[in-house]
Ligand binder design. Structure first.
Ligand code: FAD
Length: 289
């Protein structure tokens, strides 16, 4: 590892200032489960590391009108949170499927998003749940819809000196359900080959027919960023939820994916699996509703 300056500020403005002073050559440190590995391999050689660990409130999880999920909340905190388990079970389920218990006690939701890997598991369910990112920098605060947060592999909208502070997630409406499913080579400690997050809000007409009031379908690991399959969503939104329409939406989601061949999977297999995971989850959520 190359030598670097280390800062452990007590307030967010100080942390933002410390990061900004290094003009893109400093990195924030949350759990370190991505950062330290890359620094040891010398893939990243920041001149400074700014720890977020003393910043009060950054790891809080609170539910009022909406969920406030602090960026430094660990995956284990998410799994244990009663509010998340009750109102956002897809988030607890996703966190439980990531890494192993030791890594989960350090790894944070903010680190997972800011690392901006196309396979980041927390991104599809959070985007499906319509989350917004609260970002704090030296010039103040801005709020960005999470589906506009990712720019490319390893790149987000964060500018030098900006810190992801909180995720705001609206409380799901009655009859709205969400899920995330990923395919991996083994059942633990593996990165997704494909991940699909879905949220579905169902209404019943007077004849007890199920209609899709709203839907979000978010694909992971099959495009340079987590990717919303918007054409597939359009097929369902406002329409009756039939098995045929769900199957068509799943086919269109697969067509919208932009997968690549790599060590984990072929592009062909990834596309096939997008269709399967999308169809199964839509069917399951419609049945639950
Ligand atoms: C064995 C192992 C298994 C893993 N399994 C999975 C898995 O199943 N699924 C998965 O998606 N990932 C997995 N990961 C990757 C990693 O654990 C997660 O991405 C984790 O959530 C990263 O969080 P962190 O707090 O450790 O981030 P860090 O390593 O601290 O930071 C990651 C990046 O984000 C930046 N950053 C962190 N927090 C902020 C913030 N609040 N504001 C601005 N920038 C910030 C850092 O500067 C750094 O560039 C695994 C890693 C390991 C080592």
């Amino acid at each position: 590892m190359k030598p670097f300056e280390f800062f452990s500020p007590a307030t967010l403005p100080e942390a933002a200032r410390a990061l900004a002073d290094y003009q893109g050559e400093a990195r924030a440190l949350a759990g370190g489960t991505d950062l330290l590995i890359r620094m040891k391999r010398r893939q990243w050689t920041p001149r400074a590391v700014v720890s977020l660990n003393r910043l009060a409130g950054l790891n809080e999880i609170a539910l009022n009108g909406e969920l406030k999920l602090g960026a430094r909340a660990t995956l284990n905190q998410i799994i244990r949170s009663a509010a998340i388990r009750e109102y956002f079970p897809a988030l607890a389920h996703t966190a439980r499927g990531m890494a192993g218990v030791q890594v989960r006690s350090l790894a944070t939701v903010g680190g997972n998003l800011c690392n901006a890997a196309p396979s980041a598991d927390m991104a599809p369910p959070l985007i499906a749940l319509n989350a917004r990112a609260v970002i704090v920098g030296v010039d103040g605060e801005r709020v960005v819809p999470l589906d506009e947060f990712f720019v490319g592999p390893g790149k987000s909208v964060l500018q030098p000196g900006e810190i992801l502070q909180t995720l705001l997630v609206p409380r799901p409406k009655e009859n709205a359900f969400a899920s995330y499913h990923k395919l991996e080579h083994r059942a633990a400690m593996d990165i997704a080959m494909v991940g699909v997050g879905v949220s579905l809000n169902v209404e019943r007409s007077t004849f007890n027919v199920q209609h899709c009031a709203d839907v979000r379908i978010v694909l992971g690991a099959v495009a340079p960023t987590p990717w919303r399959a918007k054409r597939a969503e359009e097929i369902l939104r406002g329409n009756e939820l039939t098995a045929e329409r769900i199957a068509e939406a799943a086919r269109v989601a697969a067509a919208e994916a932009k997968p690549i061949d790599d060590v984990r999977s072929s592009a062909w297999y990834r596309r096939e699996m997008v269709e399967v995971l999308t169809r199964r989850q839509l069917q399951r959520l419609a049945e639950t509703a």
